[in-house]
Design a protein around this ligand. Structure first.
Ligand SMILES: [Zn+2]
Length: 315
């Protein structure tokens, strides 16, 4: 028995170099979660967390070191990381994760973005998202296509895991379809809700739910709220105040608090725009449950008279 055990250990050691776990650098925690679902063997470093603004992070030495040893980087793309990833790629000097390489996986390739801007506007408009809104992880209905795309991209880097990843992607899709139906059912009345936001972070979630975004506290995506823009927004909203001002926990809440304070019956909702760094599938589900639950509460608080008026106006 001991000899057999020893032989197994030796075999495992010999096999180890070829079967080395894939080193993955995930730009955002949501993609780390998806890698864990598809390839649980991967060793993952996550560059950002829910308390940070993913558009702007510091290129810390530990992140450069992590990108240097990575076999793959899994990022949002569409310009979300334009303020920091190119610098990390240049300092890490790792050929595998340079732009255009199979190891540089941009999730935006696997879905269709909303709100692309006319090319003529992009360079000088001050808009941080000329390629379109990159916050598509907020739409639960896109996760199956994202899982399929990522499984295929990772297969090129870890062909030995191809079958297992394809199976996990299929199983994930089946589980996810069931959950998505549940979320849609809870949000069936969301089209009656008007929200004001600060940045386009939750736009995909509201599009999924059918809620209407009636104001953005940012004058342009990525440009912080200004007193002039806030008072113009308040003026525009006076006639039909939003039911909620909805922002991400990493954002400065002062403009949203001010706006909420100027109108009666408007609730302030502050929620994380992503999962924790160590999140797995169940954490991903809990996060979407939280978003859906918060919007369901807003729906429940919309007065019946207002519901009738909104639906009358809409229909
Ligand atoms: Zn953004």
């Amino acid at each position: 028995m001991r000899l057999v055990g020893l032989a197994l250990v030796v075999a495992a050691l010999i096999a180890a170099p070829g079967a080395r776990a894939l080193e993955v650098f995930a730009c955002e925690p949501e993609w780390a979660a998806l890698v864990r679902i598809l390839l649980p063997e991967a060793r993952i470093t996550v560059a950002t967390h829910a308390g940070q603004d993913p558009h702007e992070i510091e290129a810390r030495p530990s992140l450069i070191a992590a990108l240097r040893r990575a076999d793959a980087a899994v990022c949002t793309g569409a310009g979300l990381e334009a303020g920091w990833l190119p610098m990390l790629q240049s300092r890490a000097a790792n050929a595998k994760v340079q732009p255009g390489q199979p190891g540089m996986i941009e999730m935006a390739r696997f879905t269709r973005l909303i709100d692309p801007r006319p090319a003529s506007l992009s360079p000088f408009s001050g808009d941080v998202h000329p390629e379109g809104n990159p916050h598509f992880h907020l739409d639960p209905s896109r996760w199956p296509e994202l899982a399929r795309g990522l499984a295929q991209a990772l297969t090129r880097l870890a062909p030995g895991h191809s079958t297992a990843m394809a199976e996990r992607a299929r199983a994930f899709e089946a589980r996810w379809a069931e959950r998505t139906r549940g979320w849609q059912a809870r949000l069936a009345e969301a089209k009656r809700v008007r929200v004001a936001v600060q940045h386009t972070t939750f736009a995909y979630f509201f599009a999924f739910a059918g809620a209407r975004v009636v104001a953005d506290l940012e004058p342009k995506p990525g440009v912080p709220p200004t007193p002039g823009h806030l008072s113009a927004t308040l003026g525009a909203l006076r006639g039909a105040p939003p039911h909620a001002v909805w922002i991400a926990t990493y954002q400065d809440a002062r403009p949203a608090r001010w706006l909420v304070g100027q109108m009666a019956g408007v609730r302030l909702v502050m929620l994380p725009a992503t999962v924790d760094e160590a999140a797995d599938e169940s954490a991903l589900v809990r996060w979407f449950d939280t978003l859906v639950g918060a919007l369901a509460e807003v729906i429940a608080a919309v007065p019946a008279a207002s519901l009738a008026r909104s639906s009358g106006a809409a229909g």
